[in-house]
Design a binder for this molecule. Structure first.
Ligand code: GYE
Length: 334
């Protein structure tokens, strides 16, 4: 009796193993037939990429990096520019699902509201890679990995530099803040990191904070309003170079000297921003690298092959003072 039971347990184990192998085999077959969900069987990986837009120098460099790296990696890229609209991104992702691409990658314009479409991609068996910006979905199985910067850290580095600069200030230091587009991860996180860092000195106060949508036009327009409403502005913290560059025009038009009358701190370190820093118009930049293409293509190959990848891959970054910008500028790639 005891022996029979052991035997039947053994048989059951063999049966389970066999069916697992069968299912695995069928799944693997399915993968190679369709290229992991792909429409053609030419062995080439197809990636559908939904880009935020073309709002800044950073974004332009990011798009170039993605396109060039796809070509270099032999990945067929379907690319869509969502013009800063979430609805356009959702539409593009649904198209990619319909076209049965192998991998979907996108840079979410805002953090919230992605669960439904991500679930659709998951149900279709298409892996998703978050690039540059993240989502706030509680279900982390909706995407394979998030490749991008630590935006809280960038804000904190900007704030810590300011705390150091103003450590001997005896009175209030009035700060205005140009935020990125409302609801975007880099806008939320840079605000948070900066705010936490400047809390170290109660003299440092944010007296106005508005979105300038990461664009030069937005930066200029909102800075004009700030200058009209606030006679004493000591510092501008702009969530990216482009808004800072737009604000320069408003500051000069108001008869103030940027970099002297108003200390200017930005994020990104694209060429035009670095030039303004080297010229003494900006005072400090926290770097954010847009060159994510090569790592993204590498990850796409891995997830397509069914390999496990780290849930979070952080970009390496630094900061620049005016002197450091002068040194780095000749070799700046973007
Ligand atoms: O800082 C800004 C761009 O998501 C990190 O988006 C990116 C940000 C970047 O428009 O310039």
């Amino acid at each position: 009796m005891g022996k029979m039971r052991t035997q039947s347990v053994r048989w059951r184990a063999v049966a389970v193993l066999a069916s697992a192998l069968l299912v695995g085999g069928v799944a693997a077959c399915g993968n190679s037939d369709t290229g992991g969900g792909g429409s053609k069987d030419d062995g080439k990986i197809t990636m559908g990429f939904s880009q935020v837009g073309a709002e800044s120098g950073w974004r332009t460099a990011n798009t170039t990096s993605i396109k060039e790296s796809a070509t270099a990696a032999g990945i067929e890229l379907k690319f869509d520019d969502a013009q800063q609209k979430q609805e356009n991104q959702i539409k593009a992702i649904r198209n990619y699902i319909q076209q049965k691409v192998d991998v979907i990658a996108f840079s979410p314009v805002v953090e919230s509201g992605w669960d439904t479409v991500l679930k659709e991609a998951k149900d279709a068996g298409i892996p998703v890679i978050l690039t540059d910006r993240s989502v706030d979905s509680a279900d982390k199985t909706l995407y394979k990995t998030f490749l991008g910067s630590d935006f809280v850290k960038e804000g904190r580095l900007a704030g810590e530099w300011l705390v150091e600069q103003k450590k001997t200030a005896s009175g209030p230091v009035n700060i205005v803040e140009l935020q990125g587009n409302t609801g975007a991860a880099p806008a939320n996180d840079r605000k948070k990191g900066f705010g936490e860092a400047i809390a170290a000195n109660p003299n440092l106060k944010i007296i106005a904070s508005q979105p300038g949508d990461f664009t030069r036009a937005g930066g200029k327009q909102v800075m004009e309003q700030f200058l009209k409403a606030n006679p004493k502005i000591d510092v501008l913290f702009a969530h990216n170079d482009d808004m800072g560059l737009g604000a320069l025009e408003a500051i000069t038009a108001a008869g103030k000297v940027p970099g002297k009358d108003i200390t200017i701190i930005t994020v990104d370190a694209v060429k035009d921003g670095m030039q303004a820093l080297a010229d003494g118009k900006f005072n400090f930049i926290a770097e954010c690298s847009p060159l994510l293409g090569p790592q993204l293509m590498d990850l796409a190959k891995k997830v397509h092959a069914g390999e496990t990848v780290p849930a979070r891959i952080e970009t390496e970054e630094t900061t620049f003072t005016q002197e450091q910008a002068k040194e780095a500028l000749p070799n700046r790639k973007y």
